[in-house]
Design a binder for this molecule. Structure first.
Ligand SMILES: C[S@@+](CC[C@H](N)C(=O)[O-])C[C@H]1O[C@@H](n2cnc3c(N)ncnc32)[C@H](O)[C@@H]1O
Length: 269
């Protein structure tokens, strides 16, 4: 069993993705995506960034390890009549189906960071990108007090320890690791740029209801609730997360709006 694939097929990330569309659109609007460009969206989910790239006329391929999310992306592309957008199953750490130097822009927003073997992931992203192209990653930052880094940290405290050798996805949110991984893939230091940026979650309901989406549909949080249930600590986890969601909400009691910080990485090839 591939635990990485099972984790993301377990829930239904489309339910969370629906609250992230505006930030996805904004991010793509800032990347100068042009008609005819070859774009690879890695860990694309149901296309939060792949769809707006395709709307701009790029030829977009979304790759994701979860078959349910690939199907959801295909349905969105069909519904919008985007014939320049395709989705397929694949692993960010081994992109065998994608030729060397065949892509102008690799986008991976909270996607490739979740693949095991981060050095292989960096090498594959560099391999498929043309000289003069770009790789843009969004990575949650370990220890950051905003929403997703905190959810992952709290969830980990209720979940059994990962197997020996497991490298935490949020290590991609540390600039030194990013530089080491892309450096090992042959990228010169001056071609790697890291900055803090913000993604905003918008949900038309109370923060506690928004938390319900994470509890019921987001693999890492689902696992934490299952483990907490076994340990008789479910109410503690619920309370800790409710406090987090309430304190992060910049909307009001009936409308959740939560900004979350991430590390935006831009690599010029
Ligand atoms: C937090 S979601 C983000 C999805 C999408 N990028 C977005 O912004 O909505 C993480 C995504 O990474 C995918 N993923 C996790 N591990 C992967 C891997 N090894 N290769 C490709 N995709 C992966 C998951 O299936 C999931 O769709």
């Amino acid at each position: 069993m591939n635990a990485n694939k099972a984790l993301w097929e377990k829930g239904d990330f489309t339910r969370l993705a629906a609250t992230m569309r505006e930030s996805g659109d904004e991010l793509i609007a800032g990347l100068d995506v042009r008609p005819g460009m070859d774009v690879l969206d890695l860990g694309c989910g149901d296309g939060t960034t792949a769809v707006p790239s395709a709307r701009r006329g790029a030829k977009v391929r979304g790759v994701d390890i979860a078959s349910n999310l690939v199907a959801a992306g295909q349905a969105r592309a069909r519904a919008e009549g985007l014939t320049n957008l395709c989705f397929q199953e694949g692993d960010a750490a081994s992109l065998d189906v994608i030729a060397d130097q065949s892509v102008d822009l690799v986008v991976s927003i909270f996607g490739a960071m979740f693949a095991p073997r981060p050095f292989d992931v960096a090498r594959e992203m560099v391999r498929v990108t043309r000289p003069g192209g770009r790789i843009v990653m969004g990575n949650w930052i370990p220890g950051d007090p905003t929403l997703v880094a905190s959810i992952l940290k709290i969830s980990a405290a209720y979940t059994p320890p990962p197997p020996e050798g497991f490298i935490s996805p949020v290590t991609w949110g540390v600039e030194a690791n990013v530089r080491e991984r892309f450096g090992a893939a042959g990228v010169a230091a001056e071609r790697i740029q890291c900055e803090r940026a913000t993604y905003t979650f918008r949900y038309p309901g109370a923060p506690a209801a928004f938390l319900g989406l994470f509890r019921d549909y987001y693999g890492p949080t689902m696992n934490a609730f299952e483990a907490a249930e076994r340990d008789g600590r479910r109410a503690d986890l619920q309370a800790e997360l409710e406090q987090l969601f309430e304190s992060q909400n910049r909307g009001d009691a009936d409308r959740t709006e939560i900004p979350a910080a991430y590390l935006k990485v831009t690599v010029s090839t």
